[in-house]
Design a protein around this ligand. Structure first.
Ligand code: SF4
Length: 316
């Protein structure tokens, strides 16, 4: 499967060409809301998971392919945590040498306490780390990190990175009903965010299948309250405005598998990013992927999503 995919619609980066340097699902966190299912087992080892040459070869193809003018951002977004790729810094520099399209890194930020990882991310145009909790207890409950990754290290890592960094730092906070959407939890979160001083705070809610069945988005009034408490630099991340049309990409089945492995989607959402394909063709491709043991359905948030068959979602 290709490690360069899309461009796919992103809720903040327009049409985003994804680079996935990490195999599903290699992560040092096991977030209850993770759209890629559970992390089993946790992994905190930095390694050369995918050779840089392989990534760059596929990137060159995408940058000269039929969708080259459809790319707003190049986003490094793993099927897990991208800073676990041991040559991430050089990869960013290699991308910057090839194109002027801005590069973003979506990361949980757990390794930003390490000076080397901070140095590697310096060349990116935007870094988007996560901070979902304002206290260690909620951090452990929501993010379920590798044991030696502490809340203190996490907040300090993002704060120090932002002091050194010249690009955009947008912190993403995922809110979950009944967990971190209370006034107290939001005030604690605000205090930590004030230490970090990000350019923007992106409030996100689970819209894709969460790892745990009980995870639900907060009601709209709690989201409004979150914006009030987190202040002017916060905004709720909404549905993407500009969808890329991926219908011109060859190999419908492979394109669908590449998308749903990184972004599980409903059949309707696949129809939106593949407007040139009939609903019947999409349905047939999904059925064939399912029959081949490559795709699976996941019922969450009262909707039916399709994901890679390798993703681990508990039924209860
Ligand atoms: S949401 Fe991101 S950080 Fe959390 S478990 Fe999933 S891949 Fe890892």
């Amino acid at each position: 499967m290709n490690v360069v995919f899309g461009p796919v619609p992103s809720r903040r980066l327009g049409r985003s060409l994804g680079i996935d340097p990490i195999p599903l699902k290699t992560c040092n966190w096991n977030c209850v809301y993770c759209q890629l299912g559970r992390t089993t087992p946790l992994c905190n080892e930095r390694r050369l998971y995918v050779p840089r040459e392989t990534i760059l070869e596929q990137l060159d193809q995408a940058l000269s392919g039929p969708l080259k003018y459809e790319i707003d951002w190049i986003t490094i977004i793993g099927s897990g945590e991208p800073t676990l790729h041991s040559e991430l810094g050089q990869l960013i520099l290699d991308i910057k040498q090839r194109t002027q399209i801005p590069v973003a890194v979506m990361t949980n930020g757990a390794l930003l306490y390490r000076p080397r990882v901070r140095r590697e991310l310096m060349a990116a145009d935007a870094v988007i780390p996560s901070l979902d909790a304002g206290d260690p207890f909620l951090y452990r409950k929501i993010n379920r990190p590798w044991p030696r990754l502490t809340f203190q290290r996490h907040v300090a890592g993002i704060r120090i990175f932002n002091q050194e960094y010249g690009g955009k730092l947008w912190v993403e906070s995922m809110l979950i009903a009944g967990m971190n959407d209370s006034d107290q939890a939001l005030f604690d979160l605000r205090d930590r965010l004030e230490e970090i001083e990000p350019d923007e705070i992106h409030i996100n809610v689970p819209t894709r299948p969460p790892a745990e069945t009980w995870v639900q988005p907060p009601p709209p009034e709690r989201l409004e309250r979150a914006c009030q408490i987190l202040g002017e630099s916060s905004r709720i991340i909404s549905k993407p405005a500009r969808l890329a049309d991926l219908s011109s990409l060859p190999r419908l089945k492979e394109t669908i598998l590449e998308i749903i492995t990184r972004h599980p989607m409903t059949e309707e959402e696949l129809g939106e990013v593949l407007p040139g394909c009939s609903r019947e063709d999409i349905r047939e491709a999904i059925a064939s992927l399912q029959a081949a043991g490559e795709a699976r359905q996941v019922d969450r948030l009262d909707r039916r999503f399709w994901s890679s068959a390798k993703a681990r979602y508990p039924l209860h």
